[in-house]
Design a protein around this ligand. Structure first.
Ligand SMILES: [Mg+2]
Length: 167
C-alpha cells in the first residue's frame, strides 16, 4: 500500500532536476505542480530562477505542462506570462489531468516525469497513472486550506515511509 505513496526520487527543489540528466534518461516532458513546487502557494508570479529553469528545459527540448488543483484564475495568471501550457482544477490524484497533459505533449508515459510537493495528490496520482514521480520539498511550510488537511494525512504516511526506509 505504501508503494503508491513512494516517489521514485526526492529533490530539495525543482532546480535540482537538470535537463542533461533528463535527456540522458530519454525524458521529454515534465508535468509539474504549481503551489509550493514552482513557487510559494501564496505567491502570484514565477521568480527569476524558475523562469531560467523553464528556459533551459525548453532549450533541451523538454516540454512542461503545469497541472494544478488550484483554480483557473491562479493557474492562468502564473502560467500565461511564461507561455506555458497549464491545467487548472486538475483534481489530482485523479488520472484525467495527467492524461490530458500527456496527450497535449504527444509523449509516452516513459518519456514524462511528474513533479510535485504533495504525496496525496502529485505522487499518488503520478504513481497510479504509471509515471516516474519526483517529490520536492514544499517551498514554504504554510499551505492553503485543503492542502493543510492533506498534509495531516501526508505526515502520517511519511512517518511510515521513513520507518520503512522508503524516503
Ligand atoms: Mg503543491
Amino acid at each position: 500500500m505504501l508503494n503508491v505513496f513512494t516517489p521514485n526520487r526526492h529533490a530539495n527543489n525543482v532546480l535540482e532536476i537538470k535537463p542533461e540528466e533528463l535527456k540522458e534518461r530519454n525524458i521529454k516532458g515534465i508535468i509539474t505542480d504549481l503551489d509550493n513546487t514552482l513557487v510559494a502557494w501564496d505567491e502570484p508570479d514565477a521568480p527569476e530562477e524558475i523562469i531560467e529553469w523553464f528556459r533551459k528545459m525548453g532549450e533541451a527540448g523538454i516540454e512542461i505542462v503545469i497541472a494544478s488543483n488550484n483554480n483557473e484564475n491562479r493557474v492562468k495568471l502564473f502560467s500565461e506570462p511564461l507561455d506555458k501550457s497549464f491545467i487548472h482544477s486538475a483534481r489530482k490524484p485523479l488520472a484525467l489531468a495527467f492524461q490530458k497533459a500527456r496527450k497535449g505533449m504527444g509523449l509516452k508515459k516513459e518519456e514524462i516525469i511528474v513533479v510535485g510537493d504533495q504525496l496525496l495528490t502529485d505522487v499518488l496520482g503520478g504513481n497510479l497513472a504509471g509515471y516516474y514521480t519526483v517529490l520536492v520539498t514544499p517551498i514554504v511550510e504554510t499551505d492553503g486550506f485543503w492542502t493543510r488537511i492533506n498534509r495531516k494525512i501526508e505526515n502520517l504516511i511519511k512517518k511510515r515511509l521513513k520507518r520503512k526506509g522508503k524516503i
